[in-house]
Design a protein around this ligand. Sequence first.
Ligand SMILES: [Zn+2]
Ligand SMILES: [Zn+2]
Length: 123
Amino acid sequence: MSSSLTFYECKHCSATGTCTNGENQAACRACARLNELPFWRRSGQVGLVCGCCRGLGKAELFTDRLNKRMAPVLAVLLVFCVLTLIMVTSIFNHQHFSEILAFGSAIIGTVTGFYFSTNKNDL
Ligand SMILES: [Zn+2]
Ligand SMILES: [Zn+2]
């Protein structure tokens, strides 16, 4: 079962894929909202797809989801920090400016190359 290591059984729907957390085994309002039902139909819906796992019964680990969301943010922050570092060193005519510029452009090239290549694969 090594392939399912990154998934856990959804606690919200007890791995059934159907939300029964509302009244009388109906879907809860959060899942009704995720199923894009208008607010006047959100209560008492039975058999709605679980909004936490999208009906799979298994959900991704929270840390995995966090990593997927954090990675682009960290990449942008890293590029921003490197650009700031390059700007500061160029303004103050720092003695290591050329090294920092080479190092920084290598990092930026890696980061942007990684994200452009993954975006192309998704399309
Ligand atoms: Zn629910
Ligand atoms: Zn679920």
